[in-house]
Design a protein around this ligand. Structure first.
Ligand code: NDP
Length: 254
C-alpha cells in the first residue's frame, strides 16, 4: 500500500469516507429509479441504454487498468480478474438486454452519471490493486482467505443471478407491473438479488484481502441495504398478503 500513487490513496479514501454518507442519505431519500422512480429528477435515458452506460466502465475500464499492470499475467491476478469480469461483462452487456422493462422505461441521467463515475473510480482502484500494488504469488491459492473469498463470491453470484432470474419470470412480454416474487431466497428476504450482490463483493474483499476490495464491499452495502429496506416497505404497503416472515435483505435479521 505504501508504494501506491497519491491518486490511488486519495480515491480510496474518498470511497471509504463517502460510503457512510451515501448510506445515511439513501435511508432518507431512495434513489429514483425502478419502482421508486416517480419523482421528477431532470433528463432521462432509456433504462436499457442507461444500464449499459452506467455499468460498462466496470468491464472495460477494469480490463484496461488491470492489463496495464506488471503482474496482470500472473496466475492469481488472472483468476481474480476472471471472477470480476465474469460478473461485469454479464451485468454490463447481457443483463440490460434481458431486463423485462416497458418500451418507454427510463432512468435519470443523474443516476447513470453517478453510477458511471463511481464505476470508473472503483475499476481503477480494484484493477490497479490486483495487478500493480497488491502482491499475489501463486502461494495465495493455498491461503484460506482466497478459498473463503471465492466461495462467498460464488455463493453470492448464484443467489444474485437466481434472484434476478426469478424477477424476470414475473412479467410477460410488454408487462410492466409488480408481483410478489416466490422461490429461491425470496422465501427469506424481499431483495435476495441485493443480498447476493453484497456477498459477491464481500467475497472479493476477502479473496483480495485489500482496502480496495473492502471499499467496494462497504460501498455496495451502503447503496443496496437502504434500497432493500425501501423495497421491503414498498412490498408490505402494496400487497396486503405479503409474507409476514420475509425480511428485507438478511434472513431472520434485517
Ligand atoms: P430490482 O430488484 O429493483 O429490479 C430488477 C428488475 O426486476 C427490474 O427490471 C425491475 O423492474 C424488475 N422487478 C423488480 N421487482 C419486481 C417485481 N416484484 N415484479 C416484477 N418485476 C420486478 O433491482 P435493481 O434494478 O436495483 O438492480 C438490478 C441488479 O443490479 C441487481 O442484481 C443488483 O444487485 C445490481 N445492482 C448492483 C449495485 C451495486 O452497488 N453493485 C447497484 C445497483 C444494482 P423495474 O425497473 O420496472 O422496477
Amino acid at each position: 500500500m505504501s508504494e501506491a500513487s497519491t491518486l490511488f490513496k486519495v480515491l480510496l479514501s474518498v470511497v471509504l469516507i463517502a460510503a457512510p454518507a451515501v448510506a445515511f442519505s439513501l435511508l432518507y431519500r431512495t434513489a429514483p429509479y425502478g419502482r421508486h422512480g416517480a419523482r421528477r429528477v431532470g433528463p432521462t435515458l432509456s433504462t436499457r441504454m442507461g444500464w449499459v452506460v452506467m455499468e460498462c466502465p466496470s468491464a472495460l475500464a477494469f480490463a484496461h487498468f488491470f492489463f496495464r499492470g506488471p503482474n496482470s499475467l500472473d496466475a492469481v491476478p488472472l483468476v481474480l480478474a476472471t471472477l470480476w469480469l465474469l460478473h461485469y461483462v454479464h451485468r454490463s452487456f447481457v443483463y440490460p438486454l434481458e431486463m423485462r422493462v416497458g418500451a418507454n422505461a427510463t432512468i435519470p441521467v443523474a443516476i447513470v452519471s453517478m453510477g458511471f463515475i463511481f464505476n470508473m473510480i472503483n475499476s481503477y482502484l480494484n484493477g490497479t490493486w490486483v495487478s500493480t500494488y497488491g502482491s499475489y504469488p501463486s502461494s495465495w491459492f493455498d491461503d484460506p482467505r482466497f478459498f473463503i473469498g471465492v466461495v462467498v463470491f460464488a455463493a453470492g453470484f448464484f443467489i444474485n443471478r437466481q434472484s434476478d432470474a426469478i424477477l424476470r419470470t414475473l412479467r410477460g412480454p410488454g408487462e410492466t407491473g409488480y408481483k410478489i416474487p416466490e422461490g429461491g431466497m425470496y422465501a427469506f428476504v424481499s431483495c435476495p438479488n441485493y443480498l447476493g450482490e453484497v456477498m459477491i463483493w464481500t467475497g472479493w474483499a476477502i479473496a483480495t484481502w485489500s482496502l480496495a476490495g473492502l471499499s467496494f464491499a462497504v460501498f455496495t452495502a451502503a447503496n443496496l441495504v437502504p434500497r432493500a429496506l425501501a423495497n421491503h416497505r414498498w412490498y408490505r404497503d402494496t400487497f396486503p398478503d405479503y409474507p409476514r416472515t420475509r425480511r428485507a435483505v438478511i434472513p431472520w435479521l434485517l
